[in-house]
Design a protein around this ligand. Structure first.
Ligand SMILES: C[S@@+](CC[C@H](N)C(=O)[O-])C[C@H]1O[C@@H](n2cnc3c(N)ncnc32)[C@H](O)[C@@H]1O
Length: 154
């Protein structure tokens, strides 16, 4: 198990808690290797789907004894469950180790002091993306700002 030094958890961001760095991280650095706990699809349907945990689990592929591919859900321990989503500023990638039951997170690029560490959750989000919302609001503001609405005398 491994965790990069200088990571902090901030609790008051527009996305809730989030992971930030107090030191630069070079591209490719392992940020953390996290153990996971697997939950069967039956348990998901009966229990975790109805709880807050549903917003924290990862899909986890399983190969049954009959070679049928299926999936279950994984609860990730450590900072793995604290990485927020960013579509535009994603700077962390992750990889499952199915046999070790771990996920390793790595820097996609150099990450500067003070930056939030974000992964991509994909396209099907279960919440309103705070970044997209902030982007829309600033677009609206600039449309309503007279300085940005000067008509060109064409
Ligand atoms: C795996 S948790 C990440 C940690 C979480 N922020 C917390 O405080 O526990 C996933 C949840 O974080 C929030 N979240 C993550 N990315 C977000 C984003 N881009 N915009 C708004 N909320 C986000 C959503 O509530 C989502 O269900």
């Amino acid at each position: 198990m491994q965790r990069h030094a200088g990571l902090i958890l901030k609790s008051d961001t527009p996305k809730g808690r989030g992971v930030f760095t107090t030191a630069p991280i070079t591209a490719g650095t392992v940020i953390e290797t996290c153990p996971v706990l697997l939950i069967s699809e039956k348990e998901v349907q009966a229990h975790t789907k109805h709880t807050e945990l549903n917003h924290y689990t990862y899909n986890w592929p399983v190969l049954s004894a009959y070679n049928h591919h299926g999936s279950c859900q994984a609860i990730v321990f450590g900072l793995g469950s604290m990485f927020n989503h960013s579509r535009r500023k994603q700077n962390v990638t992750w990889e499952r180790d199915l046999s070790q039951k771990t996920i390793t997170y790595r820097a996609l690029r150099r990450i500067e002091i003070g930056e939030e560490l974000c992964i991509s959750y994909g396209d099907r989000l279960t919440f309103i993306d705070a970044e997209e919302l902030a982007g829309r609001e600033s677009d609206d503001e600039s449309e309503n700002n007279p300085i940005n609405n000067i008509q060109l005398g064409l």
